[in-house]
Design a protein around this ligand. Structure first.
Ligand code: BES
Ligand code: MN
Ligand code: ZN
Length: 509
């Protein structure tokens, strides 16, 4: 695990050295504590803002070095915009903005005055700031032999000060578990593909046993016995054998069916015989982003001791071309019994997910099943890097995931499913083919999966644009974003915890 800042919560304190952080709303409105800082420094906040044209715009920052009158080496003012419009996700981004604007160097400790002009921050907002500070501090330098500055900025000690610090500390116990899940997902996506093959990835799933998760690893012989031939077909061109990892966290009422999370874990996607062009192929180390989000979420649920029944199922394979590799034209029989004509061996993720969906639904009869996959380049064309494509026939679960996305910043945008698109994957030779032609590639991929979701309440999230490769933002600076962990954790917390089942089956579409 990378080094991350140590964050504590305290009643209102002023620092003895390091950087003091205060928030300012638009028109430079300050809270009481910030006002006292302004007074103690003889009006420095107001004067510096005047000189620098800083007006309190959201996520804007202003750093004042060596402020006279307070015991700090720096005074950082961070803009809130209109505080009434701040969402929870905004508070984490504000925490990220704080980290981004801090000076580096030996005096790197930080005290944040947790208030708006309206008064002290609530515990939830204070914990979100801490989450944003943690996520922003994450970097991936495992393989750099020369380490960055010493002390590393991530080694900062951070005090979030003011308000009900006991309540904030309690909130942070829960939220930091979610943060650890996000960082676990990022670590897995960032790791190079020579280091993280299917077997090593399965070991990472097994490690969740330490948190009380029941983990089962299925090896190829067992996968054969389970007739997961669509999944095994993808793996057959690789020297590295496939694994399926099943993670059960059954801490809800015994009679309640689980929420199932299914993840695409292609540890590297060359495209297979339909090989990809060389440019950018290295990014395909991230083609296990769906599986990473599932592990990360299971980690978060276990670490915060969520009262829910949840099962995570991930398919770990490598898509390689060799003498044993699958060919275009091959026909495979999936676990469901449906046959698939392989048109393009690069449309491999849906083959993996098809068998996982069948197995998950047969084994667990989940009340809702959500699959996550870096499935198509086409979803990036449609939505870019700021929304995952969401597919489901159920309006209720669509609205719930959309809300969970807005609350956490892991945004999803609903995409269509219909019979017309479904027709595009009919095959002359088998029950279906694994690609639907040039147009609407993300939709036809979803239609393919739908044929394996049977009559379950099912959601597919195409995270090809959001799981990795997004531009750096306030809280995410590395190749991997950890997308999906906060979304799924929130969906479960709001709609499926404590025996709740707020996602009833809608009418069949
Ligand atoms: N893993 C890729 C999708 C992808 C592309 C993810 C870029 C992230 C960034 C997937 O397996 C794939 O190759 N999809 C093909 C499907 C096509 C052959 C029908 C694609 O999107 O081109
Ligand atoms: Mn592919
Ligand atoms: Zn792929």
């Amino acid at each position: 695990m990378p080094q991350l800042p140590v964050i504590t919560f305290a009643p209102e304190t002023l620092p003895a050295g390091g950087t003091l952080v205060v928030f300012a709303a638009e028109d430079l409105a300050l809270g009481d504590a910030a006002m006292r800082v302004d007074a103690a420094t003889d009006g420095l906040v107001k004067a510096a803002a005047e000189a620098q044209g800083f007006k309190g715009k959201r996520f804007g920052t202003m750093l004042i070095a060596m402020p006279r009158g307070i015991e700090a080496t720096g005074l950082l003012v961070v803009g809130l915009g209109d505080p009434a419009k701040l969402t929870e996700a905004d508070w984490s981004k504000l925490g990220g903005s704080v980290i981004g604007a801090l000076p580096s160097g030996p005096n790197s400790d930080v005290t944040v005055l947790a208030e708006t002009p309206a008064g002290a921050l609530g515990a939830a907002e204070a914990a979100e700031i801490a989450l944003g500070m943690t996520l922003r501090s994450y970097s991936f330098d495992t393989y750099k032999s020369k380490k960055a500055e010493d002390p590393a900025p991530a080694a900062r000690k951070i005090i979030i000060s003011g308000g009900d610090s006991d309540a904030a500390g309690k909130a942070w116990e829960r939220v930091s578990a979610i943060g650890a899940g996000v960082i676990l997902a990022r670590e897995l996506v960032n790791e190079p593909p020579n280091v993280l093959g299917p077997v090593e990835f399965a070991d990472k799933a097994e490690a969740l046993r330490d948190l009380g998760v029941t983990v089962t690893i299925l090896e190829p012989a067992e996968l054969e016995r389970l007739e997961m031939r669509a999944l095994l077909g993808v793996a057959q061109g690789s020297e590295r054998p496939a694994r399926v990892a099943i993670m059960e966290w059954m801490k809800g009422p015994a009679e309640v069916k689980p929420v199932a999370l299914v993840g695409k874990g292609v540890v590297f996607d060359t495209g297979g015989i339909s090989i990809k062009p060389a440019g950018g192929m290295e990014d395909m180390k991230g083609d296990m982003g769906g599986a990473a989000a599932v592990i990360g979420t299971m980690h978060a649920l276990a670490a915060r001791n969520a009262r829910v029944n949840a099962v995570g199922v991930i398919g770990l394979v490598e898509n390689m071309p060799d003498g044993k590799a699958q060919r275009p034209g091959d026909i495979v029989k999936s676990k469901s019994g449906q046959t698939i004509e392989i048109i393009n061996t690069d449309a491999e993720g849906r083959l993996v997910l098809a068998d996982l969906l069948t197995h998950t639904i047969e084994t667990y009869e989940p009340k809702v099943v959500i699959d996550l996959a870096t499935l198509t380049g086409a979803v990036i064309v449609a939505l870019g890097h700021f929304n995952a494509g969401m597919y489901t026939d159920d309006d209720t679960v669509a609205a719930q995931l959309s809300d969970a996305g807005k609350a956490t910043g892991d945004l999803v945008w609903r995409m269509p499913l219909s019979k017309d698109y479904d027709g595009l994957i009919d095959s002359k030779f088998a029950d279906m083919k694994n690609t639907g032609g040039r147009w609407a590639g993300s939709v036809t991929a979803a239609q393919f999966l739908k044929r394996f979701a049977k009559d379950s309440l099912w959601v597919h999230l195409d995270i090809a644009g959001t799981g990795f490769g997004a531009p750096a933002n306030e809280i995410s600076r590395t190749f991997a974003s950890g997308f999906g962990v906060r979304l799924l954790d929130r969906f479960i917390a709001d709609f499926h915890e404590d025996g709740a089942d707020k996602t009833p089956r809608g009418p069949a579409a």
